[in-house]
Design a protein around this ligand. Structure first.
Ligand code: ATP
Ligand code: MG
Ligand code: MG
Ligand code: MG
Length: 465
C-alpha cells in the first residue's frame, strides 16, 4: 500500500466516524511565539483544546506536516542514526474536543489498525501512563490485550506535552514488533531504543494546560489528541523495517544517489539528504528563508548539513536544489505547492548551497587538520569557533562530523571564543561581526533578537531538549 493510500484510508476512516477533515496547517505556527515549528497534529487546534476558540465541530481528523528540528521535540540528531526519525514527517491524527474520551479513542485506533489495515494483533504492544488504571482496564478487559504486552511507563514516555507550556496529558501508545530479525526489546525494557519495537501511534488524553512554572490546571473539557507518523505505518504496510525504505524515501534516495554518483542505497548520507530535502523544501514553501536567526537559522543548519553530506559523498558543485523535482514527483499530489513553488524552492536552496560551498572545502581542511593532530577526543573550542565564524559551520554541523569519528567538541571553549570575539569587536568600537545568536545543541540557547518576538518566547521556542 502506497503512503498516499494509507494517508487517504486514515482520513476516510475518521470521516466515516463523524470527524471533520481539516487540511494541514503551515509549519510556521500562526500566532504562537512559544513554538518554533508545528511539531504535532494538535498544534493548529491548541486554542480549541484550551477552550479559547470554538469550532463548529467536536471531532476532527488531519494529516499534519511536522518538523522536529528544535524546541522540545528535536530529532535532528537522530536522522541517519535511527530507523524511525525524520526532521520532517506527516502526522495522521484524530481529535476530540470535549466529545469522546479514552474508551472511544482506544477503540478507534485499534479498529483502524486491526480491521482497516489488518495488522496482526499479537504484534502490537501497548503502554499506558503509570497510574492510568482506566486506560489499562480498557485495553485488557475491553480490547482483550494480553497483559504481558502492556506496560505502564512514567512521564518521559507516557505524559505528552506540546512544549514547555500548553495542553498536555497522560497518553497511551501503540508499538509494532518488527520481529526477531531486528535486535531490541519491548517498550520500557533496556533494548527499547534499538528499533525492534517501534512506536507508531500516540493517543493523548488531553486534560491539562501547563503554565511556564510547570503548574498544570485542568482543561475546560477532557479531550483527545492522537498522532501516528504516516512513514512509520507505511513501513509496516510495505513490509520493511526502516522508514527510509518506504516508497517516498526510496524515490528520493535513488534521485540523490544518481546526483551524488553513489551506488549504495543504504548509505547514511543519502538517507540524511533524502530527509533534509523534505524539511527544507516544506519550510521554504511555508515562507522560511535561510538566515542567521530563529527559524531561518534552523533551515540554514539543515541545508548546510545536507550539503556537507553531499561533500562527504564526493559531490562537486551544487546538487541539493536538484532534488526538489523528485520530491514533487512523490509528494506533489498531496502538496501541490511543491510543484507551484518549485522554482522558488530551488533558487533559495541553490543560493545557500553556493554560499556554503565557498567555505565548506577549506573549512573541512582545517577540521581534518585539527583532527589529525588531536590528542584525546575533544576538538578544541577555538577551532570550532573558527569554523563557525570564518567558514560558516554551524555548531551542530561540526558536532555531527565529530560524532561520526567518535569525537566531541568543546562547547564551553566555543562559548569563550565567541565571547572574546564580541568583546574585541566592542572594544574596537564597531558592530560585532559575530552573529547575534547561536543555537547550542546541548541545551542552553542564547539569543539577543529574533523577528520581533520577546527573548523569553525565543528561549521557550528554541531551547533544545
Ligand atoms: P519516539 O519516541 O519514537 O521519538 P515520540 O514519542 O517522540 O516518538 P510523539 O510525540 O508521541 O512521538 O508523536 C506521535 C507519533 O508521531 C509517533 O508515535 C510517531 O509515529 C510519529 N513521530 C514522532 N516523531 C517522529 C519523527 N521524528 N519522525 C517520524 N515520525 C515521528
Ligand atoms: Mg521523539
Ligand atoms: Mg516515544
Ligand atoms: Mg510518543
Amino acid at each position: 500500500m502506497k503512503t498516499s493510500e494509507i494517508r487517504r484510508k486514515f482520513l476516510d476512516f475518521f470521516v466515516q466516524n463523524e470527524h471533520q477533515e481539516v487540511s494541514s496547517s503551515s509549519l510556521v505556527p500562526g500566532n504562537d511565539p512559544t513554538l518554533l515549528f508545528t511539531n504535532a497534529g494538535m498544534v493548529p487546534f491548541k486554542d480549541v483544546f484550551l477552550g479559547d476558540e470554538q469550532r463548529n465541530y467536536t471531532r476532527a481528523t488531519s494529516s499534519q506536516r511536522c518538523v522536529r528540528a528544535g524546541g522540545k521535540h528535536n530529532d535532528l540528531e537522530n536522522v541517519g542514526y535511527t530507523a524511525r526519525h525524520h526532521t520532517f514527517f506527516e502526522m495522521l491524527g484524530n481529535f476530540s474536543f470535549g466529545d469522546y474520551f479514552k474508551r472511544e479513542a482506544i477503540r478507534f485506533a485499534w479498529t483502524f489498525l486491526t480491521e482497516e489495515l489488518n495488522l496482526p494483533k499479537e504484534k502490537l504492544w501497548i503502554t499506558v501512563f503509570l497510574d492510568d488504571d482506566e486506560a489499562a482496564d480498557i485495553w485488557i478487559n475491553e480490547i482483550g490485550i494480553d497483559p504481558a504486552r502492556l506496560s505502564r511507563l512514567g512521564e518521559k514516555d507516557n505524559f505528552w506535552s506540546m512544549g514547555d507550556t500548553g495542553p498536555c496529558g497522560p497518553c497511551s501508545e501503540i508499538f509494532y514488533d518488527h520481529g526477531e530479525h531486528v535486535p531490541g526489546g519491548p517498550p520500557g525494557s533496556e533494548g527499547e531504543d534499538l528499533d525492534r519495537y517501534i512506536e507508531i501511534w500516540n493517543i493523548v488524553f488531553m486534560q491539562f494546560n501547563q503554565d511556564a512554572n510547570g503548574v498544570r490546571t485542568p482543561l475546560p473539557k477532557p479531550s483527545v489528541d492522537t498522532g501516528m507518523g504516516v512513514e512509520r505505518i507505511a513501513a509496516i504496510m510495505q513490509g520493511v523495517h526502516s522508514n527510509y525504505e518506504i516508497d517516498i524515501f526510496q524515490h528520493l534516495i535513488k534521485a540523490a544517489a544518481t546526483l551524488c554518483g553513489s551506488t549504495d542505497l543504504e548509505n547514511k548520507s543519502l538517507r540524511v539528504i533524502a530527509d533534509h530535502i523534505r524539511s527544507c523544501s516544506f519550510l521554504i514553501t511555508d515562507g522560511v528563508v535561510p538566515s542567521n536567526e530563529g527559524r531561518g537559522y534552523v533551515l540554514r543548519r539543515i541545508i548546510r548539513r545536507a550539503v556537507r553530506h553531499g561533500n562527504k559523498l564526493g559531490v562537486q558543485g551544487a546538487f541539493f536544489n536538484q532534488l526538489v523535482s523528485a520530491l514533487g514527483e512523490v509528494m506533489g499530489d498531496a502538496y501541490p505547492e511543491l510543484i507551484e513553488l518549485k522554482a522558488h524552492i530551488e533558487k533559495v536552496l541553490l543560493l545557500e548551497e553556493e554560499q556554503f560551498a565557498k567555505t565548506l572545502v577549506n573549512g573541512m581542511k582545517i577540521l581534518e587538520g585539527a583532527i589529525e593532530s588531536l590528542e584525546g577526543d575533544i576538538i578544541d573550542g577555538e577551532t570550532v569557533f573558527k569554523l563557525y565564524d570564518t567558514y560558516g559551520f554551524p555548531l551542530d554541523l561540526t558536532a555531527d562530523i565529530a560524532r561520526e569519528r567518535d569525537l566531541n567538541i568543546d562547547e564551553a571553549g566555543f562559548d569563550v571564543a565567541m565571547q572574546k570575539q564580541k568583546e574585541t569587536a566592542k572594544a574596537a568600537g564597531k558592530f560585532s561581526a559575530v552573529s547575534s545568536q547561536k543555537l547550542d545543541i546541548a541545551g542552553a540557547t542564547e539569543f539577543t533578537g529574533y523577528d520581533g518576538l520577546s527573548n523569553q518566547a525565543l528561549v521557550t521556542g528554541l531551547a533544545v531538549d
